[in-house]
Design a binder for this molecule. Structure first.
Ligand code: DP6
Length: 410
């Protein structure tokens, strides 16, 4: 009796990662080997998630891919093709390696927000393909994620992750987890999505130009980053937020100094980004220590690392000083909001500064820092999230049906 043929289908998910020591510049463009080590936190996939399903079967006649429901041409993307080719070459099962593949991938956070979705995308893809081909070790797979997008190497593992630049060969440039997501469970992340539709210089082009023209970049790579990597690793292991925050902010500032030192210069942050910097330093100076840290990637959006307790005063004050025209459920998204918006806002829609601490902080910002309330809707929305687990298999969220056809998303 003929046995029923079963298509092999794997679904993986992961989230974006936010670097606290930035990757900026490649030593080897082709192999995507960085000029310096970097460290990041992987965010929680419950709040920001890329899901990727891969399937293979002898009946498939060509490799196919659907991105957010639209079919895309795999061959037109050389990095994607490289990832696929190299992983296939690693597959021990020859018959499977010769079969065609179908891939479907979605982001459950708006791609228009300018939030690095390619890191999560390539990590989820490589994790799913790895499981299809029998390669499950995250360190081994990280090399293939790197071929898609450098920063993707850090989205396979959860918690805090160190990308080691290596010794010039592809197999030595790998990611290593520093701690899992549960080590510093109080850590929270707010993504302040800044209202700005301007087109930016992409990371790949921007860092190439910096390598070619910035005289600060080699000094950063050789004289600054190695020491910061050790100090940051120590701060994470010891859960020393004050040091963690100082290094995070200084490293973000240095990265943006380098893009400005690039010729012609690049500007990723805008005025609102700078006002967020002033706001964070204002709050930190009130407490006489760092209670929040900002970091900015290749765009104006701020990523704020802070501990759970600090959310209680940080969030209401952000809502007061960066007001929304309509405070609704879309203003703050994610599962890590400490209180419902209704307790932060009064019935007339004003921000409720109802504790002594909040009133004192508010007074300090107004009088000592002269911080002004920003124009309404300077922020598009806020994502409140935390550190997550990294890439996981989740067969409940398959994007391909049992025949390997894309499932139409409602
Ligand atoms: C500013 O990983 O997007 O976010 O390797 O060319 O794909 P490619 O670049 P990409 O660069 C990310 C740069 C950054 C800093 C960081 O994530 O470390």
């Amino acid at each position: 009796m003929a046995t029923e043929r079963k298509i092999k289908i794997i679904t993986a998910k992961t989230s974006v990662n936010i670097a606290v020591i930035k990757y900026w510049g490649k030593e080897d463009e082709k192999l995507i080997i960085p000029i310096n080590d970097s460290i990041s936190g992987t965010l929680d996939s419950d709040d920001m998630c890329t899901i990727t399903t891969v399937a293979t079967d002898s009946s498939f006649t060509k490799d196919q891919m659907w991105l957010n429901g639209e079919e895309v041409d795999i061959l037109s993307n050389s990095r994607l093709t490289k990832c696929l080719t190299e992983l296939r070459a690693k597959c021990q099962d020859d018959s499977m390696a010769n079969q065609k593949i179908r891939i479907a991938s979605v982001n459950d956070f708006p791609t228009a927000a300018g939030l690095a979705s390619s890191a999560a995308g390539y990590a989820a893809l490589v994790y799913a393909l790895g499981h299809l081909f029998g390669i499950t070790n995250k360190s081994v797979l990280s090399v293939y994620a790197r071929m898609g997008s450098g920063s993707a190497i850090r989205s396979l593992d959860g918690g805090f992750v160190h990308w080691i630049k290596g010794t010039g060969t592809s197999d030595t440039s790998i990611a290593k987890q520093i701690v899992t997501h549960s080590h510093w469970s109080e850590m929270r992340v707010l993504i302040l999505v800044v209202n700005d539709a301007k087109k930016e210089t992409g990371s790949t082009d921007g860092m190439k130009r910096s390598v070619e023209t910035s005289s600060l970049l080699p000094i950063r790579a050789s004289n600054v980053v190695p020491e910061r990597i050790s100090a940051m690793t120590k701060a994470i292991l010891e859960k020393d937020f004050n040091s963690f925050a100082e290094i995070t902010m200084k490293d973000s500032n240095q990265f943006h100094a380098i893009v400005q030192d690039t010729y012609p210069p690049i500007r990723y942050m805008n005025e609102i980004s700078w006002n967020i910097i002033t706001f964070v330093h204002g709050i930190n100076s009130f407490y006489g220590k760092n209670v929040a840290a900002y970091t900015f990637d290749a765009g104006p959006n701020a990523c704020i690392y802070l501990l759970q307790d600090a959310l209680e005063y940080f969030l209401p004050l952000i809502l007061k000083y960066f007001p929304f025209s309509d405070y609704n459920s879309q203003c703050i998204r994610g599962h890590s909001v400490p209180e419902s918006l209704s307790t932060i806002l009064t019935s007339s829609g004003q921000v409720n500064l109802n504790t002594q601490q909040l009133r004192e902080l508010d007074h300090y910002l107004l009088t000592k820092i002269s911080f002004q309330v920003q124009p309404v809707n300077s922020l598009r929305y806020i994502i409140a999230t935390k550190i997550g687990k990294g890439a996981e298999i989740d067969s409940t969220r398959s994007l391909l049906d049992a025949q390997g056809n894309p499932i139409v998303l409602k």
